[in-house]
Design a protein. Structure first.
Length: 78
């Protein structure tokens, strides 16, 4: 069963991990204990001016037929 983002309601296709302090600095309190998709996380980061690219320690694509662990070869904050 695929999770859905509790901010936008879209299926959460990318699972990712950042340190707790980055999560707390970016995600608004009502969503901190909930599923937030990478798109909404990125939007929150942009609104708050928080750089996070180098803090992503895990990134997975969760599809209908496969789950893929992705390796970051470059991380750039904009």
């Amino acid at each position: 069963m695929q999770q859905t983002c509790k901010v936008c309601g879209a299926p959460d296709k990318f699972n990712f991990h950042v340190p707790d302090e980055i999560w707390a600095a970016i995600v608004p309190a009502p969503y901190r204990e909930r599923v937030v998709c990478l798109y909404c996380f990125d939007e929150f980061a942009a609104e708050r001016g928080v750089n996070y690219a180098s803090a992503v320690t895990e990134l997975w694509f969760a599809g209908s037929k496969a789950v893929l662990g992705l390796l970051t070869t470059k991380a750039v904050d904009l």
